[in-house]
Design a protein around this ligand. Sequence first.
Ligand code: SAM
Length: 283
Amino acid sequence: MKQKKPHGGEFHHKHSLGQNFIEDEALLEQLAELSLVTQEDCVLEIGPGFGTLTKPLARRAKRVLALEIDEALLPILRVTLEHSNNATVLQGDVMKTRLAPLVSEAFGADASLRVAANLPYYITTDVLTKLLFELPQAKSIAVMIQKEVGDKLLSGPGDEGYGPLAILCQFYYDVRRALDVPAACFTPPPKVDSSFMVLVRREKPLCEPADESLFLKLVRAAFVMRRKTLVNNLVSGFSLGREEAASLLEEAGIRTQARAEELSIEALCMLSDRIAARRSAGA
Ligand code: SAM
């Protein structure tokens, strides 16, 4: 599909890059407002497109760094952002960029950092996971994503879609759905509706496992085979005997037939502490 460029001419969207743009200025102002950005904050924006969200973000922020993969958008961004002196555009693939050095070089090591984006949907999970681990100092991550991925981020035990992404997001962030945005608000309209989700970093994670990296390993291992019982996933993920795995579950107050999708984050935390204790007793 072709779209008029902000300053004349036509732009051919690349579906493969998730190019669904927003032009409605009132909506863009609202998204920038919901992104919690203040004059104190430096903002990393992923995928500025025409720069329509970059502009209201730059009006609110100290500085904005926008990372865009598509070279064809750079000359357009130069024009759209010519009066946004505190906004810088960099060409690059977010998935191939080391974000920690990027933001510390751009903003300084102690900057108050926030992330905002109308994300390309084909990499939502990977980008969120990357942000979570590479930019723990980010005070918030405000992202437009598919509505059903938004549901997933808010899901709990027993819900469809409850899994490592929801657990990791909720463990580190207070996750809120700030706004539902219908497909018709985008050019071209995607096949699905979207939600603008705002993740605010918690001062401390939701629970405090004795060994955080073991907890993270457990979250991944527990869901490797979703349909299998937790015992099976523990046996393969932690090289345990079946009886040992079952006794760890009992110690953590979890049914031995339980599946990972039934467990709250707190229960997973408790189980990770039992595994850590067993390991140090055996060491
Ligand atoms: N922010 C603009 C808006 O709201 O109108 C554009 C949003 S559009 C959904 C996603 C943007 O991300 C596009 O500009 C696309 O070229 C860019 N993009 C896609 N993959 C990317 C990647 N791997 N790294 C950086 N930018 C990417």
